[in-house]
Structure formats: structure tokens, C-alpha cells
Design a protein around this ligand. Structure first.
Ligand SMILES: C[S@@+](CC[C@H](N)C(=O)[O-])C[C@H]1O[C@@H](n2cnc3c(N)ncnc32)[C@H](O)[C@@H]1O
Length: 461
């Protein structure tokens, strides 16, 4: 099978894991006689197939879906080389409009900001035609630091990715050509602009379909334009339950709680830890929220063996920055495991270098539950609100805890709270939730094991 790099840069993109994942999908399709592939949260499209090699397997086709209109329109447009010229000439016009009177460094900075903001405000507008939206999206994707389409700080004068490289220096023309080649190599895939939950519901009875879902990660910095919070992750889990289609979902260890509870525990799914890759947040020279992908030092060898040679070369480049991060002591804090959940077993997982994520459900249910409660609390809190006061005592909003109790009661049929969630009972349950949140946060702050929590929220006998 061909293993060329496909797709466009995208925050949360699976460029490092893509060769591994695509090979896995391919094998799963052959083993289970699946003849159609759907990438439900397509992003930059790195996990959409190079159909030159897979046409014999995915005979009914390959679908790329992306909810963000701008990104969907850009991918759709780049399927045709003819659109490159149009995109280029329109971007030149935009540059002319915004930079005409920009001479001093400050004027240039303002020109960058105004062009960027115009693009950001327009790219997803439903009334725009595909190509016009793709033009603005090109500015957003390549003009933002680390291709972060949500925070979208334009990279003023930076060395990588930003305006300076792609627009001021007019390098985007070659970039677009290269990307178009990558996307064309994905072959004649269909593009959709739907919500992944709707799509799963629509297609889940198709027993010969392989669905890959790489949703925005739960419980981490939100780098996407549209919200994908707790409720949405739960809706996704519910949609995936009892599916006839084969489904694989990507998540990482900080966000797996709802998936473990809903799919792993309730619907007998399997979970595996992928070969090690770390996304480490660290301050870069140009931006505070830059996200850098690096490989775990100790597992470099295993990883390297699994990589496409071209990507293995990148690995070398990363080593230097990895050493630096280790020296700065940032690694422990930032290392994460990439998990996949599937509604089928991968029998040869060890040979693939993946680990079985083993949970003793009885013991760990509380840990999972605690983690989920903690995450829900953090999600509902106003940004940067604290769980401890300055003396280290709990300062947890009991009204938020009540909301969480009600949410949990609505979602789960597990016997954690009294059924009649009114008055005193609700207050007691909310207090129990507050204790879980506080305990969990304290453990995280103390860098104690986050795997175990106290029995705070367990139903009283
Ligand atoms: C982690 S990224 C996927 C990256 C992709 N695997 C790649 O390699 O480029 C998640 C994507 O899901 C998209 N998304 C967000 N909400 C969605 C929804 N409700 N339905 C489908 N996609 C959604 C985001 O815009 C983002 O592009």
C-alpha cells in the first residue's frame, strides 16, 4: 500500500500517526470485508485514504467529512488543480487591498491583522460559494500560528507557518500545489459538510462500512472553532452504540472518561494505546499556545520502526527539541497516550506495537467516574476559575455540582445517586461531587497518582 503523506496541515492532525492508522484501517477492512470508508471528523484529511492503493478494498468509496465549512470547502476545492490559480489570484488581490499603504513595521502588522481577521470572519459563512470560502480558509489555515483555526493568532514575522512564510513571502502558491497533489492522491473521495453524530446515526447500520472518528479531544485546549463539549462527546458515544458498522474512535488519555464509561463498559468496546507520540504544550518563541508534537524519547526506536521513512526523518529533527523539553522537566506533565476505541477486537495488536488498555472495570469505574466528574466541572467553570482558595481550601460552586449531578443522572443508568434528585438529596449528591472534584484536583496538583480517587461520589448505602 502507498504511504505518501496526504492532507493539509491541521491542528490535531494525525500526520505522525497517519501511516500507522491507515495501515490498520486497511487491514481491518480486508479482515472484516469492509468496502467503504468514512472519516467522520476529517480535519486536514490525513486519515482519508490514498485510493490509488485502496480502490480494490474500498470499492464503494471513501468519504471525507468536516463540520467546519471553511475547511470542508478548502479540501473540496483542492481536489481540482484548476482552483489553485483562482485561489492564488484572489489572495493576491486581498494582499493588495490590505497592504497597499503598509510601509512601516506597525503598518505591516496592522495589514496582517486586518487581512487575517477578514478571512477569519468570512471563511465559514454559509452564503459563500465553495471557492470563495476556500480562499478565506487558505488565509486562515496558513496565516495562523501552528494552523490553529480557533485561537488563530497570525504569526507576525514568525519563521514557520504564518503570514510571513505563506503570504508576505508569497510561498503559498507552491504550498497549494503541493497540497493539491496530496489531496488529489487521496483520489476520488466524496466530501461532506455534516455533523459527525448525524453521520454516524445515518450510517451505523451499514455492516460493510468502516467509520473512523477523530473528534476534537475532550478535556484539552479547544483548538477548533466549534464547541465539542461533554454533551457532544456523550451524543457521539450514544450514536456509536450498537452499530453494525465497524467504528474506530481516537481519543487521548485526558479525555477518555466518557468513552470508557459509555462504550467500553456499557457496549463492550475495546481500547488500545497507540505507539507513543506526545503532544507537548510549551511556550514557543512566537506564541504562548503553540502545540508541538514530539516523540517520547524512550520509545523512539519502536516508533521509528513503525514510521514511514520520510516521517522517520522528521523524528530525527524532533530529537533536539525533545531533549530540551526533557531537560526543562516539561515532559512528565505533558505526555499523553493516544487511545483508540473500537467495536471490534484487534487480534494482532502486539505485533503492531499497540498495547491493550486493560481496565478492571469494578476497580476503575470509580476512577473513570471521578475523572469524568472532574472534567465536567472544569468544563462548566468560568475560564481560569479556581477549585482551591489561596489557603488551599475548596471553593467549589455547589450550583455547578448540582447541574453535574443532574447531567449524570440523565446520561447514566448506573446506581450512583438517589433517584429522587430533589432538595436535600440533590444537595448531598452535589456535595459528594464537589468532594470528588476537589480530591481529584488536589491529586493532580500534588502530582500524585491520578488513577485512583476517593470514594466521594459513590452512592450511600
Ligand atoms: C482532531 S481533528 C481531526 C484531524 C484529522 N484526523 C487530521 O489528521 O487532519 C477534529 C476535526 O473535527 C472537526 N469537527 C468539529 N466538530 C465536528 C462535528 N460536530 N462533526 C464533524 N467534525 C467536527 C474539527 O473541525 C476538526 O477539523
Amino acid at each position: 500500500m502507498e504511504r505518501e503523506i496526504v492532507g493539509i496541515p491541521c491542528v490535531g492532525g494525525k500526520s505522525k500517526l497517519a501511516p500507522f492508522l491507515r495501515e490498520l484501517f486497511f487491514d481491518v477492512a480486508i479482515t472484516h470485508k469492509l468496502d467503504k470508508f468514512l472519516s467522520a471528523c476529517g480535519g486536514g484529511g490525513k486519515c482519508v485514504f490514498n485510493l490509488k492503493a485502496s480502490a480494490n478494498v474500498f470499492k464503494r468509496g471513501v468519504i471525507y467529512n468536516e463540520f467546519e465549512r471553511g475547511l470542508y470547502n478548502l479540501i473540496t476545492s483542492l481536489k481540482s488543480y484548476r482552483n489553485i490559480e483562482i485561489i492564488n489570484s484572489e489572495i493576491k488581490k486581498l494582499l493588495k487591498n490590505h497592504f497597499a499603504d503598509a510601509n512601516t513595521p506597525d503598518e505591516v502588522k496592522n495589514a496582517i491583522l486586518s487581512m487575517f481577521r477578514e478571512a477569519l470572519s468570512k471563511a465559514d459563512k454559509p452564503e459563500l460559494d465553495t471557492l470563495t470560502s476556500a480562499i478565506y480558509e487558505t488565509v486562515v489555515v496558513f496565516g495562523s500560528v501552528q494552523n490553529n483555526r480557533q485561537t488563530c493568532s497570525p504569526n507576525i514575522g514568525g519563521k514557520e507557518n504564518g503570514f510571513y512564510t505563506y503570504f508576505s513571502k508569497l510561498q503559498y502558491e507552491n504550498t497549494l500545489r503541493e497540497l493539491t497533489r496530496r489531496i488529489r492522491d487521496m483520489a476520488s473521495f466524496e466530501t461532506l459538510n455534516d455533523d459527525c453524530v448525524d453521520l454516524v446515526n445515518e450510517h451505523k447500520k451499514d455492516a460493510n462500512l468502516l467509520i473512523y472518528i477523530d473528534p476534537p479531544y475532550f478535556n484539552c485546549v479547544n483548538n477548533y472553532k466549534n464547541a465539542f463539549g461533554f454533551d457532544k462527546h456523550m451524543d457521539l458515544c450514544k450514536a456509536c452504540m450498537n452499530a453494525d458498522a465497524k467504528i474506530i474512535i481516537s481519543m487521548h488519555d485526558a479525555g477518555l472518561a466518557p468513552y470508557l464509561l459509555k462504550l467500553f463498559v456499557e457496549d463492550d468496546w475495546y481500547a488500545y494505546i497507540l505507539p507513543p507520540i506526545i503532544h507537548a504544550s510549551r511556550k514557543s518563541e512566537t506564541t504562548e499556545d503553540a502545540v508541538m508534537e514530539i516523540y517520547k524519547l524512550k520509545d523512539l526506536k519502536t516508533s521509528q520502526e513503525l514510521m514511514h521513512p520520510e516521517e522517520a526523518e522528521d523524528l530525527e529533527k524532533f530529537k533536539k527539541s525533545v531533549s530540551q523539553i526533557v531537560e526543562e522537566g516539561l515532559l512528565d506533565d505533558k505526555s499523553i497516550d493516544e487511545i483508540i476505541f473500537c467495536n471490534f477486537e484487534i487480534p494482532d495488536y502486539q505485533e503492531r506495537g499497540i498495547k491493550n488498555l486493560e481496565y478492571s472495570v469494578e476497580d476503575d469505574l470509580e476512577m473513570i467516574f471521578g475523572k469524568m466528574v472532574y472534567i465536567m466541572y472544569r468544563e462548566k467553570m468560568p475560564k481560569k476559575a479556581k477549585i482551591h482558595d489561596k489557603d488551599g481550601n475548596p471553593c467549589i460552586d455547589i450550583e455547578i455540582c448540582k447541574e453535574i449531578v443532574k447531567d449524570i443522572d440523565e446520561y447514566y443508568d448506573i446506581d450512583i445517586f438517589e433517584k429522587d434528585l430533589e432538595g436535600e438529596t440533590l444537595l448531598k449528591s452535589a456535595e459528594a461531587v464537589a468532594k470528588v472534584v476537589f480530591d481529584f484536583d488536589t491529586r493532580i496538583r500534588n502530582r500524585d497518582s491520578v488513577r485512583k480517587i476517593t470514594k466521594g461520589a459513590k452512592k450511600k448505602d
